[in-house]
Every structure is written in C-alpha cells, then in structure tokens.
Design a protein around this ligand. Sequence first.
Ligand code: NAP
Ligand code: MG
Length: 498
Amino acid sequence: MRQYQLYINGEWIDAKSGETFKVLNPYTEEAIAEVAKGSREDAQIAIDAARKAFDSGIWSGLPPQRRCEILLDIAERLAAKQSELIELETKDAGMTTRMSSMADIPGGIGQFRYYAELARSVPFYEGLPPMEFPTSYNFVLREPIGVCGQIIPWNAPFLMAVSKLAPALAAGNTVVLKPASYTPITALELAKIIDESDMPKGVVSVVTGPGSTVGEEIAANPKVDKVSFTGSTEVGRRIMELASSTVKKVTLELGGKSPVIVLEDANWDVAIDGVLYGVYLHSGQICVAGTRLFLPGSIHDEFVEKLVAKASHMKLGDPMDWGTDMGPLVSAEQRDRVEGYIKSGLGQGARLACGGARPKELEKGYFVEPTIFIDVKNDMKIAQEEIFGPVLSVIKYSSVDEAIDMANDTIYGLAGAVWSEDMGRAMDVAKKIRSGTVWINEHHMIDTRHPFGGYKQSGIGREMGIYGFHEYTEIKHVYMDLVRKRESKLWYGMVCSG
Ligand code: NAP
Ligand code: MG
C-alpha cells in the first residue's frame, strides 16, 4: 500500500497528531493508500511557510522567465509520469481509464504548460489613458495576491489540483492546497514532482486532512489572502462565511444542475449519444453534467425510448478496463446519497424508464445503473438538487419559452446545452440560458484557454484561460507625475497658495 505524508515547506512530514487515514479504490472497495491526516495545526504550519515564502519574494521576485522555466519543467516531469498518473487516478477516483487518459491527466498536464507559458507572456504592466493635466503617466501593475488557500473536490482530482496550482503559481503567489479526502493521491504525486523541481521551499504545500479542520483553517486563517474553492454549493457558502472575517478574495466553483434543451429539429443521430455522454460521463459525478433533459411533447416518447435502449447497454465494470463505459461512484456514502434521490424521485411521482438499482452482475464496487426518470416536474427534488450520480430527469415542454423558463428555474447556473440543426434558434436559446457555459450540439467541451465558472449559486469568478490567471492577481494603479514642478500640480493653489 502506498504511504503519503504531508508536504509542507519543502519537507515530507507526518501529521502532528501522527494520525493517518485510508484511501479506497471504489471498484475493489480495498485500501490503496494510507495518508497523513492533517489537522488545523498542520494547516497553520503550512500557511506560515507560505506567508514567509511570499513575503520574502523568493517566488514572486523571480523574473517571469525563470518562473516559466520552473513551471515548464514541472509540466515535463508530469508528462513523463503520465501513464502512472492515469492508473493512480483511475484506481483512486473510479473514473474510467478512457476518461483519465483522454481528459483528466493530459488535460491537467496541458493546463500546467499553458499557465507556465502565461507566467512569462502575460503583460504585468498595462498602460492606462495618460492624463494631460497634470501631465502624468498612469499604468496598472498586476501583482500576485499573496498566500492562496486552495480546496478541491474528488471528482477530477488531478485536473482540479492543476486548475488551482498552475495559475496561482504562474502569477507569483504561494499556495497551500487541500485535496479531497476520498482522492488525495494524484495531488500528492504532483507535490512529489514539485519537490524534485527547482521550486523554492514553502511556495507549495499540500495538506491532506478533513475539510472540517484543514479546510476551515485555510478559509479562516488571517495569513491567507485568497481562498479558491471547488466543491458543493453548501460548503461554498461556509467558505464565504469564513473568508469574510478577513475579507479574503474568493473564487468559488460550485455545483450545477445543467439543463439540456433538445429542439424538435435536433439531429437525433448525435443528440441521443450527446445527451447520454452529457449525463453519464464519470457516472454523473461532474459539476456540468446535463442532468435535466427538456424534450418537446411531440418527440418525447420516441426520444426516451432510444435513450433507454442505449443507456441499458452501457457497460459497467472495472474502470481500468478500456471497454468500460461507466465506473463506480466514488464511495459508499455517495452511492447512498444517489439511492436516496432515486427513492425521493419515486416518492414524488416520477417514473423510472430504466435503471434505479445496483447492477446485479457486479458484486463489489459502488455502482448505480444508468438511471432515467420520466414524468418529472421541474420542482421535484430530483430536478432541483445536485445528485452527482448517473440520474437523468426528463421533463416535457410544450413551447421553447416554457423550456427556457424551467431551465432557468434553479439556484444553479453552471452550464447548459441546446441541440438543434437551426443555429439561429439554438443561439437564441443559448443567450437565454443563465449559465457560465452553454454548448450548442455538444457537452462537456472545456478548453484550457476558455473561461469556466458559474452564474447564480454555481460560483464566483472564473477559472481557465487568462480569466483564471487574472483571478490570482491584484490590480495596482500607479500614477507617475512627469513634470515634477510645484506650479504644474493640480493642488497648487488649492491648499498651498502661499
Ligand atoms: P464538498 O463536499 O463540497 O468538498 C469539497 C472540498 O471541500 C473537499 O476537499 C472537502 O474536504 C472540503 N470541505 C468540506 N467541508 C469543508 C468545510 N467546512 N470547510 C472547508 N473545506 C471543506 O464537495 P465534493 O463532494 O468533494 O465534490 C462534489 C461537489 O463539487 C459537487 O457539488 C460538484 O458540483 C462540485 N464541483 C464543482 C466544480 C466546478 O468547477 N464548479 C467542479 C467539480 C466539482 P473533505 O474531502 O476532507 O471532506
Ligand atoms: Mg478513492
């Protein structure tokens, strides 16, 4: 079994308490790693190290070119370990090897490279309109914010760790990262690689341990300047509350209940598969999963029939097997939660078109079958709350305006999709969906260069692209008097008339 300590101030150390916790493979239900269980005290030590590293300027004071070289070197080391990372991610998170090798790991490495390049290419100076009287030169300096606390979820552990670390480091900040307790392994492997690089000590610490202690300390500690969190909306609210005591900057990437609106003229050939991909990728444990499907009454029955036929043939099993379409949920608790929602759907009058149970042929692993509910009303719990499992709620509509109204009738606003052959109509719907991303005839397409984030209670701020980089910078306006004569001062005569 793999053993991991805390990575604090460039050292691998045990938790102060000496405690550890076990990390399970959700397919075998067996422990694959033993990890140090950090506490508030461990988090404080890491934060102190990050504060000292930031204030000393050992990282932010390096020429951007040098920061870029160190980050690119880390990206190359990650690339050299790609196949090991793919295997570890699949075993830790239960994501299929198809997903970890086509999206999560290479996506994360690509993102690391992208931000490494930005470290030297983004202008840290931006000119402002000059003032003629008094004659002055005005510009913006983009500076790092300082110590950044970063807390991530379990669904795409490596990609999430990179989405936090890479832009923060590229902008010159120091960081303390807390991985999710279900899936800490690839973030700790990333720490190993950072440790082998020329990254100065204390710039990056990775502290594993419970959200209720390590996470809360990161969000509340006065030495932390910014907290960046990805996870549930419920915990996001708590983070904001804790961060408010010292008015920390916050970036929140929270939950979603993304609508998928199929118009009558959609190309079924692609839309059927697209809808299934939208909801069942990673067993539905994706924040942008398309979990509410809006269908016009005219095509509802036939469309559902085709969806059910395909969903029922999805192959569940060992995520390490290239032939597996859907792996297990991350934990027994998560499976219980999903089953609770299935019960609630039935209790509120929705009907199962398929799934709803554990697959009989699999004796171990936290699986739930691909599930489709019909006769769903938009105010049912299964249509309003984030389930984070393989459950699709199908809702009938009679006009596109009604579909849009229902699509927007949610506290969330992370993503949405529209399927239609008429680009004009699709664009019209896309504009009316209140969310940070809308796909037209697609789902899940996220690119390192494109902004990602939520409207409404799906979050604050943006990640990815230059937008994500700027979330880690402060804007300083510098005013430089170019004349330096008393008579040329605006205030001359205002207070110093003598
Ligand atoms: P979660 O329960 O909110 O946990 C996320 C992280 O916060 C974990 O590291 C957790 O630590 C920590 N945490 C828990 N309670 C905390 C507290 N009181 N203070 C500080 N930190 C705390 O979310 P999850 O179940 O891991 O992930 C699923 C959720 O993430 C879904 O809602 C999903 O939509 C969202 N998500 C959003 C995005 C996005 O970009 N918008 C991306 C992926 C996932 P422990 O693991 O130790 O409990
Ligand atoms: Mg695990």
